[in-house]
Design a protein. Structure first.
Length: 675
């Protein structure tokens, strides 16, 4: 990942100048891809040099970390870290999905199979085990390094254990239960029986990974110098524990109906154990709540270490709806600008290294490059990174009402157009915009590009390449009739603008783009996770965490305090305290869909909730891009065969493991449905 590549030039050089050792030819039996033995020779041959001094060990450790992909690469193929928005109901595209391109779309189009696992998915599995092996090599040989102080040793060990746990975490969330190797460094010239390992159960993996994160956190720094922005900290380890504990408590992995439906017959052949538990444990929700609360309570010099990012209100900030408390944040939204408070997290405006909401984030070249996918084709972009109508309809009105239940103060209409230009918080809402897009909440304007939307592109000084309006009608310059838009058009009539700064431009004199920061995990997630975990409790549970016992129950005041912060920051009303558990769960699910749009959370959320098939079976819809302006504003299923060939199957809860891997390992079970 890019955040691990912030080594000094000297450290980068050290990796390349480690002394070469004699190559000793050895004959090996065919080994498993997931162990990838043949690629590890250099680790062993350089061992004496690697552990000869502190600098070499640190270079080797961070070198292992660079194997992780750029998690901001959520769209394209090269280095893509996860299936991403294109594998969910968030996004759709007509871009060319040839081999290795737009893997999320390739997954839902049925191109990914055990016999064709695709370079991205196959390499993710292999690379994770390569990281694990390198980490085990460090842990085994660290005592050979004579110039380490006690503090140096603990720092290297804790970071190494974090990296190893993170590699297992990546395997678990995408592929399901891994093979847990512990501290073992797999031999190179063993018999095939030696490599014949069975997978852990899901519960075993969660407990192992969380334990490793916990152990690592003890000696990881709570804060880092600004120049080390992006490296993991104690808070990162604890936040990943909180995320994993919430997943573990959720219906798909906690004996819910979905667990029984999807995994009831998935049993480990070596001992007959269920890979996914079939028995419900409410206590897991309390454990998840405790893990989230620990992150919320972290402090630095007596001040909360993490909090939501906000920008102060000014004369350009619109008045709050009467339904939103006017108290100062976090008790209301009276003193903040909701549009800028949300948009500046993502577009590059906020100073990332001091943004208190980023628990773990880093500068992503992949994310920056793929903002071009949203820019209109006649202004240097590709114009086709589409957002679905489902997402657009999910956003609230400005006063927090749903579009099917609007108020007279903030009405919703699917006929007519706005009559005047409105400007607020640096955003311009043009005259002539469909009334569908008027009076919406601030996160909508920060995230969605729609027809008649104004694009500043202020860095360009070429006439026509800044301060322009984009339309997606069939016969417009960014529409489907453009000869340059054979695949470079939005099939839904919307594009994602969340990561685009007003200065960003892909065409014209002086055109430039602001750096983009991808949030792996931010404080808003911890708040919503805490609210969700508490909401699922029906009785009190005492949890021991960090040597202290704490009791958790469905405390509505605690739920409101966490949930409402996210809502107030968006300029919306919060919970009032009389909502049922079912109501709160539904609101949390909707909030996560909006708040974390295109942050790679939706793919995992709908699965853990046991709603993957229900959610993804809804047809992709958008505006009618095959019509002119008069016929554009009607919901249709895009006119493309890709919609009909979109695959929704419970086997896609986990990615398939290469069949060649399975054939080598008699004790190894494939993920259900991919046999």
């Amino acid at each position: 990942m890019i955040f691990f590549r912030k080594l000094t030039d000297r450290h980068s050089l050290l990796v390349s100048v480690l002394p070469f050792c004699w190559f000793v030819p050895i004959v090996f039996l065919a080994s498993c891809n997931y162990l990838n033995i043949d690629e590890y020779f250099s680790d062993e041959f350089k061992e004496d040099s690697i552990f000869s001094n502190k600098r070499y060990v640190e270079a080797y450790m961070w070198g292992a970390a660079t194997l992780f992909p750029d998690e901001g690469q959520i769209f394209s193929a090269s280095g893509q870290a996860a299936p991403g928005p294109l594998a969910t109901d968030e996004a759709f595209t007509m871009f060319n999905i040839g081999s290795g391109s737009y893997n999320g779309m390739r997954l839902v189009q049925g191109f990914i199979t055990p016999d064709n696992p695709d370079p991205f998915f196959n390499q993710t599995w292999i690379i994770s085990y390569k990281v694990i092996r390198k980490c085990n090599n460090i842990l085994k040989n660290i005592d050979k390094t004579s110039d380490l102080t006690a503090s140096d040793r603990l720092s290297i060990i804790s970071t190494t254990r974090f990296l190893r746990a993170y590699a297992y975490y990546r395997i678990l969330i995408d592929y399901g239960p891994p093979v847990l190797l512990g501290d073992e460094i797999v031999e190179n010239n063993a018999t095939l029986e030696y490599y014949d390992c069975s997978r852990s159960t899901y519960d075993e993996a969660v407990e192992y990974i969380c334990k490793e994160f916990e152990e690592a956190a003890q000696y990881m720094p709570a804060t880092l110098p600004l120049l080390n922005f992006g490296r993991p900290t104690r808070g990162v380890a604890y936040a990943l524990v909180a995320r994993l504990r919430l997943i573990h408590a959720s219906p798909l992995f906690n004996g819910g109906q979905s667990a029984r439906t999807c995994f009831g017959s998935w049993i480990r052949k070596t001992d007959g154990k269920h890979y996914i538990t079939q028995e419900y444990s409410e206590k897991r929700w309390a454990v998840a709540a405790a893990a989230a609360k620990r992150v919320m309570d972290m402090e630095n010099a007596g001040v909360s270490l993490y909090r939501l990012y906000t920008v102060d209100r000014d004369d350009n900030t619109p008045a709050l709806p009467a339904t939103v408390p006017s108290a100062d944040f976090p008790d209301g939204a009276g003193n903040i600008d909701p549009y800028r408070s949300y948009s500046e997290i993502f577009n590059g405006e906020s100073v990332a290294s001091i943004n208190p909401e980023f628990i773990w984030a880093y500068k992503s070249a992949g994310l920056l490059n793929y903002t071009q996918g949203s820019f209109p084709v006649d202004h240097g972009g590709w114009g086709g990174m589409a957002v679905t109508q489902k997402v657009v309809d999910t956003y609230y009105m400005a006063d927090g009402r749903a579009i099917d239940n609007p108020s007279s103060d903030y009405p919703y209409s699917e006929s007519g157009f706005s009559s005047s230009v409105k400007t607020f918080s640096g955003y311009q809402l043009n005259a002539g915009v469909s009334n569908m897009y008027v009076n919406r909440e601030m996160r909508f304007y920060a995230s969605i590009g729609f027809s008649e939307c104004y694009w500043p592109a202020l860095s360009s000084t070429t006439a026509g390449d800044s301060k322009y309006t984009v339309t997606y009608y069939y016969d417009s310059s960014s529409g489907r009739s453009n000869p340059n838009a054979i695949v470079n058009f939005t099939p839904t009539g919307y594009v994602i603008k969340k990561y685009i700064h007003p200065m960003d431009s892909w065409q014209g004199t002086n055109a430039r783009k602001m750096d983009k920061i991808f949030p792996i995990i931010r404080y808003a997630e911890i708040l919503l996770s805490y609210a969700e975990a508490l909401n699922n409790l029906t009785q009190s549970h005492t949890i021991e965490i960090d040597g202290q016992s704490r009791t958790f129950s469905r405390n509505m005041q605690e739920i409101m305090q966490a949930f409402n912060q996210v809502r107030y920051r968006a300029g919306l009303p919060g919970l009032i305290g009389d909502e049922s558990a079912n109501d709160v769960q539904a609101l949390v699910e909707k909030e996560r869909m909006i708040e974390f749009l295109f942050e790679n959370r939706r793919y995992y959320d709908v699965r853990r909730w046991g709603k993957y098939e229900e959610s993804e079976s809804e047809p992709v819809m958008g505006m009618n891009v095959d019509a002119g302006k008069d016929g554009f504003y009607q919901r249709v299923i895009p006119n493309t065969s890709r919609i009909g060939s979109r695959v929704v199957n419970r086997k896609m809860i986990f990615l398939p493991i290469s069949r060649s891997e399975i054939r080598r390992l008699p004790s190894f079970d494939q993920n259900p449905g991919w046999e």
